[in-house]
Write a protein that binds this ligand. Structure first.
Ligand SMILES: [Zn+2]
Ligand SMILES: [Zn+2]
Length: 331
């Protein structure tokens, strides 16, 4: 069974892994279909995620088919599933309150435990969810990254005509645009990359796009920061209206915040981390199932998994949207 192996930052190879022989009671073995390369995979690859451990099999945006099940596995063989790649304990105070995304015993597949960029992998059936047949494999692989946005945008009130700025038009930014557009918001996309802005304008009618230098202050009721850089967080504080909301989805390591402005404008800043599984996944599926929901511009390229080196190179370049590794057998 072939899988990716990240020995140390930047040392990525494809290697033969032993196939798991016996499954624990609640485990399932999944044959992979599609896997998305995430910003956090790039972070682990570059050695920029403090809690990452090496060596590791990377990858957490995973869709595949169950091919084997332990005695208490909850799903039938042949079920197509998406993986909830952040483990939770169901016992800590946060889990008990339903905030599994901030479980103190959380583990993250492909970051501090082995992930799933492999032909097959084994996981507790507690962390998988069946994918309805009407979603394509390409839509299904977006369920996980889109759940991040579903969770984040629930922190604010976006309805018809709400003025929303989205800073950063990578995968998460583009998914935020898709959802805000579906909800009827008046959207302005902001990015330093004009190609990404042009793509957003092309796919979403009514969307305005601006380079960071051309954005007015105090212009938006809601600002979503999905660029993950300190300067974008500062800009978000400038451009949000007094009384407005700022949602931080990006992972800017730090920023020197103008506290007086935040206080005087009475801005609410929301941090948002991943999602609650499976509830946010279920909502994600519901949106992706709507005909008028447009997630098509999110995926940029699909590579056969053996071309992982080029796929990672493109993902690291930051020039593209979502890059997918295809694990389906070639016909
Ligand atoms: Zn991800
Ligand atoms: Zn917990």
């Amino acid at each position: 069974m072939l899988g990716l192996y990240l020995k140390n930052p930047s040392e990525l190879e494809l290697r033969e892994y032993p196939t798991a022989s016996t499954l624990k009671e609640d485990e399932v073995k999944i044959k992979l279909i599609h896997a998305g390369i995430c910003g956090s995979d790039v972070g682990v690859y570059k050695g920029k995620i403090p809690h990452a451990t090496y060596p590791v099999c990377p990858g957490h945006e995973l869709v595949g088919t169950i091919i084997e099940s332990g005695e208490k596995g909850s799903y039938e063989i042949g079920t197509r599933v998406v993986v909830g790649p952040n483990t939770f304990c169901d016992e800590c105070d946060y889990c008990l309150k339903g905030q599994k995304n901030i479980c103190i015993n959380k583990g993250s597949l492909g970051v501090n435990m082995d992930g799933g960029f492999a032909e097959e992998f084994v996981i507790s059936s507690k962390f998988v969810m069946p994918v309805p047949d009407h979603l394509t494999d390409e839509q299904a692989v977006l369920i996980e990254p889109f759940s991040v946005i579903v969770h984040a945008l629930e922190k604010v009130n976006i309805t018809q005509g709400t003025t929303v700025a989205i800073i950063g038009c990578g995968t998460e930014g583009m998914l935020a645009i898709s959802l805000a557009h579906y909800l009827g918001a008046d959207i302005t996309a902001i990015d330093i990359n004009e190609e990404k802005l042009a793509k957003a304008e092309h796919h979403f009618t009514g969307l305005k796009s601006l380079l960071p230098n051309n954005v007015s202050e105090n212009a938006f009721e809601v600002v979503i920061e999905a660029a993950g850089v300190g300067s974008a967080v500062i800009q978000a504080i400038d451009i949000v209206k007094p009384g407005g909301d700022l949602v931080l989805v990006g992972m800017a390591p730090e920023a020197n915040l103008p506290i007086v402005r935040i206080v005087r404008k009475e801005i609410t800043i929301h941090g948002s981390i991943i999602y609650n599984f499976p509830t946010d996944f279920e909502k994600s599926v519901e949106f992706l199932s709507q005909k008028s929901f447009n997630a098509e511009p999110v995926i940029s390229k699909i590579f056969p998994f053996k071309e992982y080196a080029q796929a990672y190179k493109d993902a690291v370049s930051g020039k593209y949207g979502k890059i997918i590794l295809n694990f389906k057998e070639e016909l």
